[in-house]
Design a protein around this ligand. Structure first.
Ligand code: ATP
Length: 467
């Protein structure tokens, strides 16, 4: 695999701090101090300018003076949180009382800092906000992984075409360019989008997926860009979209071809100048998000037939990566199969079975139209129906064995014994119990027991108890 070290050694993105204070001296002191800690600092002097600054671009931390001229920092806290839900807010004041501290925290501020403060205290506040930011994005990532409960993805490959694709992804990861992943369904576009994110300097920020075809036009617009309360029936509260959730990170648009023309126009605008509006909101927002898209469609054909905007295609495919189908990377079939066997055996708390030579030949001969996903599902099923230490072809669906020519067919050039063996093993693999298998076969359980031993069937196939 291509080296990942260039991207992996990149510094985490700087903390973005908004200082809200009407006193210039305090703002200057804080700016010098925060910039010394590597933060990016913006300033605001009034509640209105603080909210406008947040609308212009998000912050990780806000240091807010309790007294802003005639306005109160306390009242600003919930308004800032409505604008930017994950924001860490720390109130600063010379008039420290226990009651105001409690009130500040009740309203959603993280902490409270009495004046005069020291640089060490400011550093502590920044460090805690940074830890909080990292935890939140790690949590989002883990939730995403949990939802998949998939075997861990591997980027190891013996296929030159896949090696080239992964190399391109590793190089693209270090840049900010939009990446378009192309390939048949199940080739691993989602897996590689996530890999790209984790190799990129944005890896400590969220990776957010939007599956375009699963939603109606309005819901997809709202999912992407968010909505305001009352924007449509059912919009009962203000809701940020995925674009805002992905702030600082990567947004993965799966099956991007499935977007309406209106939404394509909004996405194009977002790609051009990072600007968008929540549904039903007049105000324009910005988000710092890298877009990675995937499609299994012929987008050029969609462009030629007027279904997809050409200008959007050129914005999305700055770097284009073509993933080979599994049948075009036969070198990887058995290593992937063994990896899935190990994963599902571990999940079932049993030792990983071997693949018999006939099974290996079958896996290599089959065309895998559903690609890596189909292979994974076939192995998962095989481990359920076949508890023996060696996985035989009969543990796999008939279409796989048939296409590979390893299936014994009625009337084919087989001995009676071969046909009997195939039939008995298949019935046993699909029957819930050995007794049931014997019933289907029309023989008694003790006869089946003898035949099973003869044909070296796995003991207790399909989880049946001993007869
Ligand atoms: N390199 C890999 N290592 C391990 N598992 C993989 C790998 N590539 C794909 N898979 C498995 O195959 C399944 C399909 O992968 P993925 O969802 O990334 O494909 P896709 O091309 O995005 O498919 P679709 O177009 O249908 O969304 C995943 O659940 C994953 O378990």
């Amino acid at each position: 695999m291509e080296s990942q070290s260039g991207a992996a050694s990149a510094e985490p993105s700087p903390m973005r701090v908004l200082v809200v204070d009407d006193e210039r001296n305090i703002r200057n002191t804080l700016r010098i101090c925060l910039e010394g800690f590597g933060c990016k600092v913006r300033e605001a002097t009034t509640p209105e300018s603080a909210l406008a600054a947040l609308a212009q671009g998000p912050a990780d931390l806000a240091l807010v003076d309790l007294r802003l001229g005639t306005a109160s920092g306390l009242e600003l806290v919930p308004r800032m949180l409505a604008e930017s839900p994950g924001l860490d807010i720390v109130l600063i004041t010379a008039y420290a009382t226990f009651d105001t501290a409690v009130e500040a925290v009740k309203r959603g501020a993280r902490d409270y800092l009495p004046k005069p403060f020291t640089p060490a205290q400011i550093r502590h506040v920044v460090d805690r906000a940074r830890a909080h930011r990292e935890l939140a994005s790690r949590l989002g990532e883990l939730e995403g992984q949990l939802a998949q409960t998939a075997p861990e993805a591997t980027l190891e490959t013996a296929s030159p075409a896949m090696h080239a694709a992964i190399g391109l992804i590793a190089r693209a990861a270090a840049s900010e360019a939009a990446v378009l992943l192309r390939g048949e369904s199940g080739t691993g576009k989602g897996v590689l989008a996530r890999a790209l994110h984790s190799m990129s300097p944005r890896r400590k920020r969220p990776f957010v997926t939007v599956n375009c075809p699963t939603l109606s036009e309005q819901l997809l617009a709202s999912e992407l860009f968010g909505h305001m309360r009352g924007a449509f029936t059912g919009a009962v509260r203000d809701q940020p979209g995925r674009v805002e959730q992905a702030e600082g990170g990567t947004l993965f648009l799966d099956e991007v071809a499935e977007m309406s023309p209106a939404l394509q126009a909004q996405l194009l605008r977002f790609l051009q100048d990072k600007q968008f509006e929540r549904l039903g909101e007049g105000r324009t927002r910005r988000a710092d998000v890298r877009v990675v898209a995937a499609t299994n469609r012929d987008l050029e054909k969609d462009v030629a037939e007027g279904r997809f905007r050409e200008d959007l295609l050129y914005r999305l495919n700055v770097v284009e990566v073509k993933l080979p189908a599994l049948r075009e990377r036969p070198e990887d079939v058995l290593p992937l199969a063994r990896r899935f066997v190990a994963f599902f055996a571990r999940a079932a708390k049993r030792p990983p079975p071997e693949l018999s030579p006939a099974t290996e030949a079958m896996l290599l001969a089959y065309g895998w139209p559903g690609n890596v996903r189909e292979l994974r599902n076939a192995i998962e099923r095989a481990l359920i129906v076949w508890p023996a230490e060696v996985l035989e072809p009969q543990a796999f669906p008939e279409r796989i064995a048939a296409a590979a020519g390893s299936l014994v067919t009625l009337g084919g050039p087989h001995t009676l014994e071969e046909v009997e063996r195939e039939h008995i093993l298949r019935v046993m693999a699909s029957a819930p119990t050995l007794d049931e298998a014997a019933r289907v076969l029309g023989i008694d359980a003790s006869t089946l027991w003898r035949k099973r031993k003869k044909y070296e069937a796995p003991p207790g196939a399909s989880g049946q108890g001993e007869a």
